[in-house]
Design a protein around this ligand. Structure first.
Ligand code: DGI
Ligand code: FE
Ligand code: FE
Ligand code: FE
Length: 188
């Protein structure tokens, strides 16, 4: 137990092959961003591999965890898109035995961002967005901005994600709006 291979095996057990390939690309991208930003590479590796650990769990597992771990009941009004990070971090903690709060916060905040994000949290948020398998119109611009300034990358993603949600009439999680207010006006 405790080896990298054990962790990979346990993650692979919970993910379909495409999702497992994604988390390995996020790991590689996160490690590169860690090197460039003086962040612990091992934490970047573990957080990248585990960020979507809970993505393919049934809704019932999240609902049970929200109750068991006394998370904000308001979460019950959302769904997998929000749960797999915020609630998923609790499953990573209790099932995989990862207790590092910086890693857990990186998982918690990887979808919505947060007002305060540590350098590791910013790295996982960005690695998920720009990993080499991502293909959307602005991704090359996002990669370039993130290579120059990690925080500017966070602002770029936050703005584009919120615009996308609004354009598609999707429900916006209030913390996503808080992230927008904290980050986007800082990088005009
Ligand atoms: O899990 P991934 O697909 O790798 O990526 P992710 O966890 O960053 O994003 C999952 C989805 O969540 C993505 O399509 C954008 C969406 N999302 C982000 N913020 C919000 C949101 N969806 C809703 N409904 N509300 C939000 O505030
Ligand atoms: Fe995710
Ligand atoms: Fe993301
Ligand atoms: Fe992801």
């Amino acid at each position: 137990a405790g080896t990298r291979q054990d962790l990979l095996d346990r993650i692979e057990q919970h993910l379909r092959p495409k999702r497992f390939a994604h988390v390995q690309r996020v790991e590689q991208t996160a490690v590169k961003l860690a090197q460039a930003n003086n962040v612990d590479e091992e934490k970047a590796s573990i957080a990248g591999l585990t960020h979507d650990y809970a993505k393919q769990r049934p809704d019932e597992d999240f609902i049970a965890a929200i109750k068991q771990y006394h998370l904000d009941p308001e979460l019950l009004n959302y769904g997998n898109a929000i749960w797999h990070g915020v609630v998923g971090a609790e499953l990573v903690k209790h099932e995989l035995g990862i207790y590092d709060e910086d890693i857990l916060n990186a998982i918690r905040h990887h979808t919505t961002g947060a007002v305060y994000m540590s350098p590791l949290e910013q790295i996982v948020y960005m690695a998920d967005y720009i990993e080499p398998g991502r293909d959307f119109p602005d991704v090359d611009e996002a990669r370039k901005i993130t290579a120059e300034d990690l925080g500017a990358g966070v602002a770029f993603q936050t703005k584009h994600t919120l615009a996308y949600l609004i354009e598609n009439n999707q429900k916006v999680y209030p913390k996503t709006i808080d992230t927008y207010n904290a980050w986007v006006p800082r990088y005009p």
